[in-house]
Design a protein around this ligand. Structure first.
Ligand code: ZN
Length: 351
């Protein structure tokens, strides 16, 4: 019995020392950026060449003077969702590591080829969405290799993650966030508090995300399936950088940091948000010219005409009607329309 107690105490001492060492980690490294306590460091996550070219992803690490959780803020998986990228570019100048408790990892632009070449939705190098191939592969194409390193260096080192998106160049989107319900009550409570602290007033409850950490697909889901309470947020539309969208994203991140006690001050939560239980996509049945009849954020009734498609000589070839009653989360913002492409996403409000 005595030896059992002795063994247990030794184990406990080792465990506490390990936890203490971790909590007081003197430096924090992501990619080539190593920050000492109370310091900021910048560097790159270097994705080596493989079947296609190399990619250098910029990263900033703010290692707080006081201990606390590690939060990752990531945007630009889609390099033309500009408002989200600009929000994180601005947040780089708003975080003061000497006043911070914990550590913030900021990756403002993953998909540099998309940004530079102004190609929406995909990485033009391998034609893949940079938010669909997590947890990635070390020997895959550029998107998969980048996703692999982000999983290892950003997700695995974090306690929480916020993935920032917005409407792409062809999407007129009203701001909303996603709350992923895993079934783990403790984790779901924290991620729910995070999404309420973020403050966007429309929240999609997602229950259909993959549960397997080895096939997590999305960035936020890569953190969520690894037991880290995390959220996805969207603001910005159709290539614009509106002050309202950018401010909503910046203030949301800072308020989540208050909720996590990384910054001083009270984290005010959004009251009575609109909870969305399901998102239904309306796709075009024809290729042609799209004319919208609704704006982002419009509430529609099932069957209501929300737009139409003509051929290139003005004849209507498809009438787009709301498949369900709900709110237009986004509607196609350009006339180019192809068969099977999204006309609008309708959010069904939880009753
Ligand atoms: Zn996106």
């Amino acid at each position: 019995m005595k030896s059992l107690i002795a063994t247990c105490s030794v184990f406990l001492i080792i465990l506490t020392t390990t936890i203490a060492a971790y909590a007081q980690r003197t430096t924090f490294t992501v990619g080539t950026a190593t920050a000492a306590r109370g310091q900021k460091a910048t560097g790159i996550i270097e994705v080596p060449p493989g079947s296609d070219g190399a990619l250098s992803i910029p990263v900033a690490v703010f290692h707080g003077a006081k201990p606390g959780p590690v939060l990752a803020l990531v945007s630009g998986a889609h390099g033309t969702e500009y408002a989200s990228i600009i929000a994180l570019e601005k947040i780089l100048n708003l975080i003061n590591p000497s006043e911070l408790s914990g550590t913030v990892i900021v990756v403002p632009l993953i998909n540099i080829p998309s940004f530079e070449q102004k190609v929406p939705h995909i990485n033009p190098v391998d034609r893949k969405s940079m938010n669909r191939f997590y947890p990635g592969k070390p020997d895959g194409s550029q998107t998969e290799r980048a996703s692999f390193l982000i999983t290892k260096q950003v997700v695995e080192q974090s306690d929480h993650l916020i993935d920032l998106h917005g409407g792409d160049t062809d999407e007129s989107l009203r701001p909303y966030s996603y709350w992923t319900k895993t079934g783990n009550q403790k984790q779901d409570q924290i991620s729910r508090d995070m999404v309420l602290a973020f403050g966007l007033d429309h929240i999609i409850i997602s229950t259909d995300r993959p549960k397997d950490p080895g096939a997590s697909r999305y960035l936020e889901n890569t953190a969520t399936t690894r037991g880290k309470p995390s959220i996805t947020v969207e603001a910005g539309h159709a290539g614009t950088v509106d002050t309202d969208d950018v401010s909503a994203l910046i203030n949301g991140c800072l308020n989540v940091m208050r909720y996590l006690k990384m910054l001083p001050g009270e984290a005010k939560a959004i009251e009575h948000p609109v909870w969305i239980e399901k998102v239904v996509t309306l796709a075009s049945e024809q290729t042609g010219i799209f004319f919208p009849l609704v704006k982002r954020g419009t509430y529609v009734e099932q069957g209501m005409k929300i737009g139409y498609v003509t051929d290139y000589l003005g004849n209507t070839i498809f009438e787009a009607r709301a498949p369900v009653s709900g709110v237009i989360l986004y509607v196609c913002s350009v006339p180019s329309m192809t068969k099977g492409a999204t006309i609008a996403n309708v959010g069904v409000v939880l009753k």
